[in-house]
Design a protein around this ligand. Structure first.
Ligand code: UD1
Ligand code: UDP
Length: 369
């Protein structure tokens, strides 16, 4: 049996870990311990996804909660180390680019355990972004790097990662999307909210550069104030963003928008139904850039850069500067086009990434003897 500790901690990790757990559990070659770090803990940021995506209940929850980067990362490391020592795995597997990713990765390699990184090689080349630091560091200590798009391979090779460690397998987040599309079709969120396909847009925002920087947040809200005159805006709000809006006078401006509907974070199936039927999406999320590409929904990414360039070259994504005028200019262009954009499915985004990963791990394990 190949013993693996699989790590998850924050919302986007759950969509990535779900198909991997399924692939491992379908085989008799793996013994898996699922560890939740507790980085995200609200029911709507965590528990809900385990139910909807049929992820097994974590064997262990480290319950670290929120704090500064240093305290959160250190606390995950302290609590994860005894778990690794006790289970003594062949591999630790981490996904994505959150603090849980680098914290558990570091613990593994310091104990001499091989590290697997799923979603390796993505680069925004923006070190002001906490995730970029997590990505670069995790990749540089990983033994097996699973990549979602060609840019990931190019970046890793440039950084000197040995080619035999890198595997282009596709996108586990898209495995989850394709595996849940039918189920999401049955969500009644449009009916409940009295929405018709294409008569509304979806917003998500949570990057510190957009929502901790109140000047930038103000520029974005100013654009929403114009766009909501045209089209209904559905905004499931991340807890970081909610806290920031509530402590400033932006709260009154957000509440004054009659056509902007604030929701708590919604479940995966409702969110997929909302996005799939939206006229367009405005976001700063990593994963949503990829999902809109598959759903063929235009995406305005409110950021100066993206670590997922294939969503622009092949998909339906465009980058938009954080200036009210730029957001409105891009919105007007999309409106003129009738909110249609042509895109194609990136290579290997076919629902089989997790199966490929499981097969490669078995091969590598057997090869290592
Ligand atoms: C984290 C990730 C980010 C990812 C995002 C997905 C890092 C550095 N950042 O950002 O890459 O895109 O998750 O959503 O790992 N909070 C709650 N309830 C929760 C979780 C958080 O209220 O269940 C609030 C707390 O006030 C907390 C704040 O949100 O301080 C930020 O949470 P944190 O996990 O530190 O960062 P995110 O912004 O969620
Ligand atoms: N998502 C969700 N409900 C929401 C907002 C997002 O289920 O209210 C899903 C979304 O479909 C995607 C993932 O959460 O699968 C993206 O997570 P997030 O934007 O928090 O993180 P990022 O991808 O930016 O790291």
């Amino acid at each position: 049996m190949i013993k693996i500790i699989c790590v998850c901690g924050a919302r986007p990790n759950f969509m990535k870990i779900a198909p991997l757990m399924k692939a491992f559990n379908q085989s008799d070659k793996f013994q898996i311990l699922l560890v939740h770090t507790g980085q995200h803990y609200d029911a709507k940021m965590s528990h809900l996804f385990f139910e909807e995506l049929n992820i097994p209940k974590p064997d262990i929850n480290l319950e670290v909660g929120s704090s500064s980067h240093a305290v959160q990362t250190a606390e995950i490391m302290k609590r994860f180390e005894p778990v690794v020592l006790d289970f003594n795995p062949d591999y630790v597997l981490v996904v994505g680019d959150v603090n849980s990713t680098i914290a558990c990765g570091l613990v593994a390699v310091k104990l001499g355990i091989k590290l697997i990184h799923v979603e390796a090689g993505l680069r925004s080349f923006d070190k002001a972004m906490p995730e970029e630091i997590n990505r670069v560091l995790t990749d540089c200590i990983s033994d097996l790097l699973f990549v979602t798009e060609q840019s990931g391979i190019d970046n890793l090779k440039k950084e000197g990662v040995a080619e035999d460690k890198i595997h282009f397998v596709g996108n586990v987040m898209i495995d989850t999307l394709l595996g849940n599309r039918e189920k999401a079709e049955k969500s009644d969120i449009l009916v409940k909210m009295d929405l018709k396909p294409k008569n509304y847009a979806v917003i998500t925002l949570h990057r510190p550069s957009n929502v901790d920087d109140i000047g930038n947040l103000e520029k974005i809200i100013s654009a929403f104030e114009v766009i909501e005159k045209d089209i209904k805006l559905i905004f499931p709000i991340h807890p970081r963003t909610k806290k920031n809006i509530e402590k400033t006078d932006l709260k009154a401006r957000v509440e004054a928008m009659k056509n902007l509907v604030l929701l708590e974070p919604v479940g995966y199936l409702d969110f997929l139904k909302l996005t799939a039927n939206a006229a367009f999406v405005m976001t700063d999320s990593g994963g949503i850039q990829e999902e809109t590409t598959i759903l063929q929904v235009p995406c305005m990414t409110l950021r100066e850069n993206t670590e997922r360039p294939v969503t622009i070259t092949d998909g339906t994504n465009r980058l938009v500067h954080i200036e009210t005028e730029d957001i409105l200019k891009n919105y007007n262009e999309l409106k003129k086009s009738g909110f249609t954009v042509a895109g194609r499915v990136p290579k290997f985004w076919d629902g089989k990434a997790a199966m490929r990963i499981a097969e490669i791990i078995v091969d590598k394990y057997l090869l290592a003897g």
